[in-house]
Each structure stands twice: as structure tokens, then as C-alpha cells.
Design a protein around this ligand. Structure first.
Ligand SMILES: Nc1nc2c(c(CN[C@H]3C=C[C@H](O)[C@@H]3O)cn2[C@@H]2O[C@H](COP(=O)(O)O)[C@@H](O)[C@H]2O)c(=O)[nH]1
Length: 342
């Protein structure tokens, strides 16, 4: 499926269209300037979270191949938030951090190559992610296995079994890598909303950022267009924006979330939560850039932060997602949807 415009332009225009007609999730425009000033006080400085994520030693034979393979495998299964309440987790770790850390353990012991991924069974995946005695996680483990098999088959079919070749095929463009991954069925993160398609492409876009972080922006991690990416529409960033008052949820939706009742995948509520959050982050990024403009009279604009490069939607995603790790956000319920998108 070739998209008429670039994938990230489709995401931006689709999410703007949802935000223009959404009823369950709205943006509090009044709150935006003050919120932006608050965020500017801690400018994003994205770092690789080596505590939970694998990175081969630079001199290790095939090290770059294994690190790239880890990131592709990680983002192939970077979903399950709707299943995480029943996932057996590592002590003190969230669902995502449990998955990332156990995948790291696997790669430390024996990095999965394309043929390994293609041949993985549900039993092996269930053992790798510590869910052997957890029947409630069986559906998620089946989805993880299908996603990892799909990745292995794709690498073998299109890229000689090499993760580095798959990344190299994107020619340094995060947009191109996202479009290539988006073609894979389990990565095709697009929903129907009031008769139109809404592209969100969360995992397809996040993969380039994860590669950039894993390789410190060099080699397989050097992309020239990371600024083109949008926020990665998961369930945590919208929750942070709602908790901080930038997003407002309809009382009935808020009640459904607070009561822990699942939000169905593909429902108007689910699409609005994700798409309106993406659009809100676009507004924050635009506001950040405009107040970086020396001509602007924004008092916050003469802070030291402005010497840094302009802040992108992906940078804001990093800032907001990591903000969401704080207890005050984790203590409040966020929406849960069973999907392979996030
Ligand atoms: N918007 C956005 N969503 C992201 C990520 C990440 C991890 N990436 C960074 C982490 C370290 C490196 O710095 C990576 O860059 C995971 N998620 C999503 O969050 C959810 C986590 O659910 P729970 O475990 O219950 O908190 C789940 O849907 C997962 O898919 C991100 O960066 N942005």
C-alpha cells in the first residue's frame, strides 16, 4: 500500500483532522502556553536507557548486527500495554521495561538472528518473557511470536537475514524506514474513524529513534530526518497530557478509564485519545520552536535551553514519556486497549 504523501505527513494530517472533530478528547488551548513554559524548564536530552536495553560491546564480533537486531525485535513487540496489568513483571519494572530487559537477557546469552526469529515458537517466547505459568499472558505471547516470526521472515526474504542491511536500505531516512516497516502487517498501525483512515504508525516511527539512541546517532543510527517524526501514540504520553491538564477527556470516558474498563481497539475513544495527543504534541513542538525564535518576546525564550537544537515532536515524546515514569503518573489509571499497536 503506497501512501500518496509521506507517512509522517499522513499521520500529522490525519491526527489534525481527528482533533478538529473529536468529542471525547479535546485540547485545552488555554492551558497550552503555561504547559509549554513548564516543559521548557527541563529540555529533553534523549539518552539510551542501557539499564533495560541491550547494546553489544563496540568491539564485539557482529556487535552492530546484534544491536540493530535487538532494536528491530524490540519494536516488533513494543506493544501489549492493554495486557500489561496481567503480565508477570520483573520486580519494580513496568510491562515495557520487563519485556525490554528480558529481551536484553536473551541477546546477552544468545542474540536472535533472522533465522531464529523466523523459527521461534510460542513456548520459546513464553519462556523468554517469563510468562510460563501465566495463562492470562498466552494471547500476548502468541502475538509476540507472530510479530517476531514476521520480522525474521522479512529479514530473510528482503535483507539477506541482516538487520543492518534492513536499516541500511532506508538510506539514513527515518521516514523511509518507517514506511518500510509500516508495510509489514503487524506494524500497519492505522485505524478507521468516522469513515476515514487515521495513520498513527507508532512502532514504525519509534524504531528509528531507538536505533539513533542505541548507536549514539552514528552509523546505523544516523538519520537525517528524525525531526519529521510525530509523537509515538502509546497509552502513556496521552495519559501524561491528560494528567497535566492539556487534554480533557469526556466524563464518561474518564470514568471508564478510572474504573479500569478496557477501551476497544479501533473505537472512536481509542482513536481520539491517540490522535488528539499526537496533534497536541505537534502544537507543543510548534510553540517551542516559535518561542525559540529570537524575535519572540516570550520571557522563557532567553533561557539557556535555547542554545540547543530545536525540539522536535520526537524529542517531546521522549520528554513526556519519561515524565510519565514518575509516581504521580503511574499512580493514576491510563487507558488500556488490547492491540498490537502499542
Ligand atoms: N510514546 C512512547 N511510547 C513508548 C516508548 C517506549 C520505550 N522507548 C524508549 C525507552 C527507552 C528508550 O529511550 C526508548 O526510546 C515504550 N513505549 C510504549 O509505552 C507503553 C509502556 O507501557 P507501560 O510499560 O505499562 O508503562 C507501551 O505501550 C509501549 O509500547 C517511547 O519512547 N515513547
Amino acid at each position: 500500500m503506497q501512501l500518496p504523501t509521506s507517512l509522517t505527513d499522513r499521520v500529522r494530517s490525519d491526527c489534525a483532522a481527528v482533533a478538529a472533530q473529536s468529542e471525547l478528547v479535546t485540547i485545552d488551548g488555554e492551558r497550552l502556553p503555561a504547559y509549554l513554559a513548564e516543559l521548557r524548564r527541563t529540555p529533553p536530552d534523549p539518552q539510551y536507557d542501557a539499564a533495560h536495553h541491550y547494546r553489544a560491546a563496540a568491539a564485539a564480533p557482529d556487535g552492530a548486527e546484534h544491536t540493530a537486531g535487538y532494536v528491530l525485535a524490540l519494536d516488533a513487540i513494543n506493544f501489549g500495554s492493554g495486557y500489561f496489568p496481567s503480565l508477570h513483571k520483573l520486580p519494580g519494572a513496568s510491562g515495557y521495561h520487563t519485556v525490554a530487559a528480558l529481551l536484553t537477557q536473551q541477546f546477552d546469552e544468545s542474540p536472535w538472528r533472522a533465522a531464529d526469529l523466523a523459527g521461534l515458537t510460542v513456548v520459546q517466547v513464553t519462556n523468554t518473557f517469563g510468562q510460563r505459568d501465566n495463562p492470562e499472558a498466552s494471547e500476548l505471547m502468541e502475538l509476540f511470536t507472530a510479530a517476531l516470526n514476521e520480522l525474521g521472515d522479512w529479514l530473510l526474504r528482503e535483507h539477506d537475514g541482516s538487520a543492518l542491511r534492513a536499516v541500511d536500505a532506508a538510506g539514513g531516512s527515518a521516514e523511509t524506514l518507517a514506511q518500510q516497516l509500516f508495510q509489514l502487517p503487524t506494524w500497519a498501525d492505522v485505524s478507521e474513524y468516522r469513515g476515514r483512515q487515521v495513520h498513527l504508525a507508532k512502532r514504525a516511527q519509534l524504531t528509528a529513534v531507538d536505533l539513533a539512541l542505541a548507536f549514539d546517532g552514528a552509523g546505523p543510527g544516523s538519520f537525517y530526518d528524525l525531526h519529521r517524526l510525530t509523537m509515538f501514540a502509546d497509552n502513556l504520553v496521552p495519559h501524561v497530557l491528560r494528567t497535566d491538564g492539556l487534554l480533557r477527556y469526556h466524563p464518561e470516558l474518564a470514568e471508564q478509564i478510572n474504573a479500569g474498563r478496557p477501551i476497544p481497539a479501533g473505537s472512536a475513544a481509542e482513536v481520539e485519545i491517540r490522535a488528539v495527543a499526537v496533534h497536541a504534541v505537534e502544537l507543543l513542538a510548534a510553540g517551542w520552536r516559535s518561542s525559540d525564535d529570537p524575535a519572540s518576546d516570550d520571557p522563557a525564550s532567553d533561557s539557556a535551553a535555547d542554545e540547543q537544537r530545536p525540539v522536535s515532536a520526537a524529542d517531546l515524546d521522549y520528554l513526556l514519556w519519561n515524565r510519565g515514569q514518575q509516581p504521580r503518573y503511574r499512580a493514576l489509571p491510563r487507558h488500556r486497549t488490547r492491540t498490537t499497536n502499542y
